[in-house]
Design a binder for this molecule. Structure first.
Ligand code: P6P
Length: 346
């Protein structure tokens, strides 16, 4: 579908969102303001990531987070940047961050926020010091009655909505270029940061995932701990029964934003299964699996936990983990067929 911005040069993200706002009579510009804050947080984070080596920002901060992970200096910088910019937008009432134990109730003095946002401020941070692509992921939900929320526990309850209810999802990837991919439920659109402008400029309108790919993306180092359906499915990709079928290639960066971005562009399937070590998988639903599933869905792809569509999972906790299979619809359907066949054979 045309974006209505065809032919315009330098369609910035702000201009694109404003244009989208005009097509929704009820929109008052709150989401536009919130996205302007998120965009700024991504730009500040990008600057810090690019300068990390020079400004001695690599390495551990000497603290841990709720995930029990060693926090990198950049994790903390990115988290603080997202919190302060989102709060200053005045449009958000609840924030959930991978780096924060509890949900945060935004300052109510000037905050008329009707939105809640879950974010992973710097995903893939174990790769930072090796200069591997990393990114920020966010998911925005609407809150019914912000004034009724008075505690972090009540705030958490308000954001525990299935991914299908999401208003907007996106990720920024700090790679060889810095790009931002976003969906508000009407197509998926890719922007690239133009350093000469300091603006994200529309470069990939209406992104669509190929119906089938030739790449699978999983940490083969965990193969000994996989469930039978995952083992069987991946075996079928590596040793196709049909002699005319080519085996799939393996590409695994170990940074979800980079692995999903490649899957969105080239097709194929990204998998982080449950395994003996992590019975619910490793990836977090609220700020990793659900926003990525929302983007993949609106680009024509599919996602599943192995039991249900990731967008249908009703979260029970803000740091809940889920198994993840997502990507090209035909590839994910092939996995579901293997899973169903095995389930029916027991
Ligand atoms: P593993 C990064 O730490 C992360 O959260 C995701 O970005 C990435 O997909 C996954 O973990 C990699 O996990 O166990 O394969 O190193």
């Amino acid at each position: 579908a045309p974006t209505g911005l065809e032919g315009l040069d330098s369609v910035t993200l702000t201009r694109f969102v404003l244009h989208g706002q005009k097509s929704h009579a009820e929109a008052k510009g709150d989401l536009t303001m919130l996205l302007a804050a998120v965009q700024l947080a991504c730009k500040v984070t990008e600057t810090c990531v690019r300068r990390a080596g020079i400004a001695n920002l690599y390495g551990l901060a000497g603290s841990g987070n709720v995930q029990g992970e060693d926090q990198k200096k950049l994790d903390i910088i990115a988290n603080d940047t997202f919190k302060v910019n989102i709060q200053s937008s005045g449009k958000c009432c609840v924030m959930v961050s991978e780096e924060e134990d509890l949900a945060i109730l935004c300052d109510r003095t000037y905050n008329t926020g009707k939105y809640a946002i879950a974010f992973d401020p710097l995903d893939g941070s174990s790769n930072i010091d090796a200069n591997v692509s990393i990114g920020s992921i966010f998911a925005i939900y609407k809150i019914n009655d912000p004034a009724a929320i008075t505690t972090p526990q009540e705030a958490a309850k308000e954001i525990l909505q299935p991914g299908r209810e999401m208003v907007c999802a996106g990720y920024a990837m700090y790679g060889s270029a810095t790009n931002l991919v976003i969906s508000m439920g009407e197509g998926v659109h890719g922007f690239t940061l133009d350093p000469s402008l300091g603006e994200f400029v529309l470069t990939d309108p209406n992104m669509r995932i190929p119906s089938r790919g030739k790449i699978y993306s999983v940490n083969e180092g965990n193969a000994r701990m996989w469930d039978p359906a995952t083992t069987e499915y991946i075996k079928s990709l590596k040793y196709p029964e049909d002699p005319d079928k080519k085996a799939y290639a393996l590409r695994y960066i170990g940074s979800m934003v980079a692995d999903i971005h490649r899957t969105l562009l080239y097709g194929g399937v990204f998998i982080y299964p449950a395994d003996a070590k992590s019975p619910d998988g490793k990836l977090r639903l609220l700020y990793e699996a659900a926003p990525m599933a929302f983007l993949i869905h609106h680009a024509g792809g599919k996602s599943t936990t192995g039991k249900e569509d990731i967008l249908d999972v009703i979260p029970t906790g803000i740091h809940q983990r889920v198994p993840v299979y997502m990507g090209s619809p035909e590839d994910v359907a092939d996995f579901e067929a293997v899973s169903t066949k095995l389930a029916n054979s027991v």
